[in-house]
Design a protein around this ligand. Structure first.
Ligand code: ATP
Length: 505
């Protein structure tokens, strides 16, 4: 199976089995918007729960928040997003593709390139020379490109019952204005009600630093964790749910004493790699990559990406940045509120006197939840080739998701729809549901087809109720990854399933 095939198979499986659908599909779909179906919502929630468990429940130095998506617009001015959250937008003058200059294929300035006039389907070959930008069009390879324009990725909207456009037209009515003056008035009428959809969850953790620290009596080092939707008006959306405009993040800001930040960065890169590998089948497909100095954001003194080997190559799954004291200092300066911490047990390093007030440094592991859904699906997908009873070649598709993140933990399957078997199956399902597990009771189709469906959606166990069950209270348990079957008592079977969903340590 080549890598492009794998992606096509994942997208098709997602739709066929109900993991991910194109949003508004019956209206022709909306570019880059996706809906998580009955299985996708379970997988996404389970990954989020696994993260929350490791970040919040398993420790006493991190607590969670759930902040508004729409925050005060000044937050985004202070954080630097209004001025700087932009990507270089470039138009290809040959094929009309719009792309990000910083992600385009780089070539030495002055080198010669050949591309097809009008784009990939063109017939005439033309020559060009790579300009000072040092890249070419990612689609047709042309060097004929527009200049870069900075495009701000934040979604803007209006808060309150005002229509900035109405206000603008009222303002300009009867006035003879230049384009510049009109633009100024338009920006002004937008500004009065302007708010942004958050492009990251992180800023709320800085803005609520004091409230959380004081209300929960947290002592540095401590962290604030949050999961939720973020929005970026991406120039290029790509690879299914890898990059979309609406997505979900899992971020944690860990506040530490200045001078200890490098050791905490090391700690969090180790922790986060362990977390991914605990749930993965192929741990070697997750790696850490340190940022080059030229890649670092201006507020960051060191940063690592957790990367996954996607079908198109290594790409980001999570960023783990040492953000210094930049954010707290900026918000403190903008609001006049002292966003600092007083450690009464430590002497001030400057004066030597007891008690030290300082602005904590921050380590930020920032993961993509929706991107993790894709990575774990890719990691779990496997095909086993064999032959069926009639000698025909068959492929068994298995999603080897860790039981703790699998959408359905067990399927209870009566062999026939009579003789009390459906009722017995329902009783077993009830016992598992009472333990808090999402289980399926499935009576339709042949037992073979039901096994195949549950292999394909990653259900770790199929529990078959047959005539013997009615005599001896035993069932056959079929293990997804090996297709091995074992007969055991119903009590042992319930125990086996419950034990399997425990999170790996
Ligand atoms: P990229 O380089 O892929 O654009 P980024 O460095 O801008 O990502 P961060 O700002 O560090 O991303 O956000 C943290 C995480 O949020 C990313 O590692 C990724 O998993 C996720 N993420 C960011 N942008 C998107 C998006 N448009 N769609 C899906 N997930 C995203």
């Amino acid at each position: 199976m080549n890598d492009i095939d794998l992606m096509t198979k994942i997208v098709s499986l997602c739709k066929r089995r109900g993991f991910v659908f194109q949003s508004s599909e019956i209206y022709g779909g909306l570019k880059s918007s996706y809906d998580y179906g009955p299985l996708g919502v379970e997988l996404k929630r389970n990954i989020a729960a696994a993260w929350w468990r490791s970040m919040v429940y398993e420790r006493d130095d991190i607590c969670g928040i759930d902040a508004s998506i729409i925050m005060h617009p000044k937050v985004w001015e202070t954080s630097g997003h209004v001025a700087g959250f932009s990507d270089p937008l470039v138009d290809c003058l040959n094929c009309k593709e719009r792309f990000r200059g910083d992600k385009a294929p780089r070539l030495p300035v002055g080198s010669e390139v050949t591309f097809l006039k009008g784009g990939k389907s063109g017939a005439e070959k033309i020559k060009g020379t790579v300009k000072a930008c040092g890249y070419v069009c990612p689609v047709c390879g042309s060097s004929e490109l527009s200049d870069e324009r900075q495009f701000n990725g934040m979604f803007r909207t209006s808060l309150g019952p005002v229509d900035p456009l109405d206000e603008f037209f009222r303002e300009i009515k009867g006035k003879d204005l230049s384009e510049k003056e009109m633009r100024g008035l338009y920006e002004e009428s937008l500004r009065r009600s302007l708010v942004y959809l958050r492009p990251e969850t992180a800023q709320a953790m800085f803005v609520q630093f004091l409230n959380v620290q004081q209300s929960a009596s947290m002592k540095v080092p401590f962290g604030i964790a949050q999961q939720g939707k973020s929005f970026r008006n991406e120039i290029v959306v790509e690879h299914f749910i890898f990059r979309s405009c609406e997505f979900e993040q899992m971020e944690m800001e860990f506040f530490v004493e200045p001078g200890t930040h490098q050791q905490w960065l090391k700690y969090w890169t180790d922790e986060r790699m362990k977390w991914y590998r605990r749930y993965a089948n192929q741990g070697e497909n997750f790696r850490l990559r340190q940022h080059e100095a030229t890649e670092l954001a201006h507020y960051s003194d060191d940063c690592y990406d957790v990367e996954y080997l996607y079908p198109w190559g290594w790409g980001e799954l999570e960023g783990i940045a040492s953000r210094t004291d930049y954010d707290l200092k900026r918000h403190a300066a903008a609001t006049g509120v002292k966003l600092s911490y007083f450690d009464q047990n430590k002497p001030d390093p400057e004066t030597g006197k007891p008690g030290w007030r300082y602005v904590p440094y921050v380590i930020e592991p920032a993961a993509g939840l929706t991107r993790s859904v894709l990575a774990f699906l890719l990691d779990a997908y496997s095909e086993e080739h064999g032959v069926d009873a009639s000698g025909q070649e068959k492929i068994r598709v298995v999603l080897k998701l860790h039981p703790s993140i699998a959408p359905v933990k067990a399927a209870v399957l009566p062999l026939v729809k009579k003789d009390g078997q459906p009722e017995k199956a329902a009783a077993i399902a009830k016992a598992l549901r009472e333990a808090g597990l999402n289980v399926a009771c499935d009576e339709q189709q042949s037992i073979g087809k039901r096994y195949a469906k549950h292999d394909e959606i990653g259900t770790p166990f199929c529990i078959t109720v047959d005539p013997e069950t009615m005599q001896s209270d035993t069932v056959t348990v079929r293990y997804r990854d090996t297709a091995e079957q074992k007969r055991m008592s119903i009590a042992d079977c319930v125990e086996t399933v419950i034990a399997s969903v425990r999170h790996p340590s």
